[in-house]
Ligand binder design. Structure first.
Ligand SMILES: [Zn+2]
Length: 279
């Protein structure tokens, strides 16, 4: 089955991982800008990172027939530095017309601080002004519930934000309902240590149904598994769910969400293969 991983950090992964993903049926992926494991010192550090996301990774992915998309921002961890964050936000429009950019993300909160909220609101302003989609990181563990409520309040407080163009990621049992009830899309992250397991994600689909829900690996430089979406597919099959339901969650839903970006030009892998043969 073809699938799309809507959240994975390929700058931290090897080329072998691209090959494995392609063999597993990964047709496309999207890579939000995130924390590199250390705080970057200047706006030029981010400019180089955005070049990597918009120039280098799409080429690396294309070698294996995987379509690469991305989202740009300064993440919540580095948002404590408000002046650097403002420089990065002012620089992002340089990259907004790159063909693989889907929008602004992953913005969000980490420790739910005042500075993080300030920078979140300024990213929201940028997205509204440029009519961009938004991908959101919600905090970990004990900060998740409170942080998710703060984020939803900020989003709902701005009438320019179209909720059907916002994906709120890393939802769990106690936050998925709030996100979906608000009219947003929700992403479940399948992580070996924290966040959701494939079993818990399948439970959440059984509770809420497939509408506006997707799953991702959020594979990065830490303990994570880039092939976590196929694990979810296997778990759903094990439970006897129809292929049409599984395909909706792992393929059609991300497509429907991404298609709202004016730069998203997806070619299904079978069509791409036929085009290559015909050429
Ligand atoms: Zn991430």
């Amino acid at each position: 089955m073809y699938y799309i991983d809507p959240h994975i950090h390929m700058v931290s992964r090897t080329t072998d991982d691209y090959e494995t993903l392609a063999k597993m049926g990964c047709a496309a992926l999207s890579e939000p800008a995130f924390w590199a494991g250390f705080d970057r010192g200047s706006v030029d550090g981010f400019r180089d990172y955005f070049r990597q996301l918009t120039e280098v990774e799409p080429r690396r992915a294309a070698q294996y027939g995987v379509q690469h998309y991305t989202w740009l921002c300064i993440n919540a961890k580095e948002a404590e530095n408000v002046s650097l964050s403002r420089e990065v936000i002012a620089m992002i429009p340089e990259f907004l017309d790159r063909p693989n950019v889907l929008g602004i993300g992953e913005i969000g909160l980490n420790k739910n601080t005042k500075n993080e909220a300030t920078v979140f609101l300024e990213h929201m302003e940028l997205a509204a002004r440029h009519d961009e989609q938004i991908l959101i990181h919600t905090p970990h563990l004990e900060d998740k519930y409170q942080g998710t409520r703060m984020i939803l309040d900020m989003l709902c407080g701005d009438s320019r934000i179209d909720r059907s163009r916002v994906l709120v990621d890393h939802v769990e049992e106690h936050t998925a309902g709030h996100v979906l009830d608000g009219g947003f899309w929700a992403g479940m992250t399948l992580y070996p240590v924290t966040k959701c397991t494939p079993q818990r994600a399948a439970d959440i689909i059984e509770i809420y149904g497939p509408e506006r829900l997707m799953v991702n690996s959020a594979g990065d430089w830490g303990p994570s598994k880039p092939t976590a979406v196929p694990d979810f597919i296997l778990e759903m099959r094990r439970r006897g769910h129809p292929e049409s339901l599984i395909r909706r969650v792992v393929y059609e839903n991300p497509l429907e969400f991404f298609r709202q970006s004016r730069r998203f030009e997806f070619m299904p892998p079978d069509v791409a293969a036929e085009a290559a043969v015909g050429a």
